[in-house]
Design a protein. Structure first.
Length: 104
């Protein structure tokens, strides 16, 4: 998913007050973890992921792994934190995706 500058700026501002929901630790990155991540994004659309100090992967590897799911966009990386966005399919959960689509 390709996001424009205005869209990323809007999503970064919305994510500012969020706390990380998921962590990447010593278990590393698995397909089931990515599926859980996509499930959480389906209802929330915007979440933060924290990379723990004991993780066997670095930030670049984590970002690349998450972006293998074409629906998920990495909006921002700050230190050990990633901000992720995925538009919800259910219209009831499309609070942010409607606003993002209007910013084209």
């Amino acid at each position: 998913m390709d996001l424009k500058g205005k869209q990323k700026h809007f999503l970064r501002s919305q994510a500012h007050s969020l706390r990380p929901m998921f962590s990447v630790g010593k278990n590393g990155l698995t397909q089931s973890w990515l599926d859980q991540l996509a499930g959480a994004l389906e209802t929330r659309e915007l979440i933060k992921v924290n990379l723990l100090q004991n993780a066997d992967v670095n930030m670049a590897e984590t970002k690349t792994f998450i972006e293998t799911d074409q629906r998920i966009a990495v909006v921002q990386t700050i230190g050990h934190t990633l901000v992720l966005f995925m538009p919800a399919k259910n219209p009831e959960h499309q609070r942010l995706s409607k606003q993002v689509a209007a910013l084209v």
